[in-house]
Design a protein around this ligand. Structure first.
Ligand code: NDP
Length: 245
């Protein structure tokens, strides 16, 4: 699997899964554009560049259409286009539904779902012209199967699955594939904050007996982004060590 000459935008790649995905694609030859809402993203890009990866970075909020436009322009100006889009930016604001505010709902839906829509729409414009593209949406097992305390998050991630299938159907005639991955419990800042007893409860349910690593997710995303995966579209792939099956 090689990505030489291809350019990938990975949203929310200052750390965690997004950083691992950008690094994996970069090691395999892709030019990578990293995004995040804080200046940290520049340090992450510099870290990848030190490893010989062709990386650029831009600060922007996936909820904001103007920021998304600038993200695409960054890829075009620096590397000449966009071949691969990884919709990875996402947040949680967990609470039992009875205690969840409208703001908790709106913020999570806006970043996780609307952000995915805006980035897909903007990148697809360029991909359609090229008649080539790979879009991978980082959803979650919570979106496919639900999870107590995550009404907003699971709705956003479930929405991403519907969006994935529609994108796949709309863009297939233009040579563009779109798939989703649904990670289970992966070691990152997002899961670091979970209470120990809850982590232990999940661990007991994971058939492979360990939490996933960001690299476990990056390996599958890289495959879906490759030419080798050209006959796969509209699919949702669990990366959860057998948490749900
Ligand atoms: P982290 O919290 O470690 O990282 C989140 C990333 O998203 C950061 O780079 C952050 O950048 C960026 N981000 C947050 N809000 C925005 C925004 N509005 N616009 C642009 N970028 C933003 O999360 P993970 O790495 O754990 O998760 C990455 C994705 O994987 C998420 O979509 C998450 O839902 C999904 N996922 C994670 C699982 C896990 O177990 N970790 C399991 C299943 C799915 P900055 O800090 O600069 O804002």
């Amino acid at each position: 699997m090689r990505f030489d000459g291809k350019t990938a935008i990975v949203t929310g790649s200052s750390r965690g899964l997004g950083k691992a995905i950008a690094e994996k694609l970069g090691i395999l030859g892709a030019n990578v554009v990293l995004t995040g809402t804080s200046e940290t993203v520049f340090n992450t890009a510099a870290e990848l560049e030190a490893k010989g990866i062709k990386a650029a970075a831009i600060v922007g909020d996936v909820r904001n259409a103007e920021d998304v436009k600038n993200m695409i322009l960054k890829a075009v100006d620096t590397f000449g286009g966009v071949d691969i889009l990884i919709n990875n930016a996402g947040i949680t604001k967990d609470k039992p539904m009875a205690m969840m505010s409208e703001d908790d709902w709106d913020t999570v839906l806006d970043i996780n779902l609307k952000g995915c829509f805006l980035c897909t729409k903007a990148a697809a414009k360029l991909m359609i012209k090229k008649r080539y593209g790979r879009i991978i949406n980082v959803s979650s097992v919570a979106g496919a199967y639900g999870n107590p305390g995550q009404a907003n998050y699971s709705a956003s991630k479930g929405g991403m699955i519907g969006l994935t299938k529609t994108t796949a159907k709309e863009l297939a005639p233009r040579g563009i594939t779109c798939n989703a991955v649904t990670p289970g419990l992966i070691e990152s800042d997002m899961t670091e904050i979970l209470p120990e007893d809850l982590k232990q409860k999940y661990l007991e349910k994971i058939a492979l007996g360990r939490f996933g690593t960001p690299e476990d997710v990056a390996n599958v995303v890289a495959f879906l982004a490759s030419d080798e995966a050209g006959y796969i579209t509209g699919q949702v792939i669990d990366i959860d060590g057998g948490l749900v099956m």
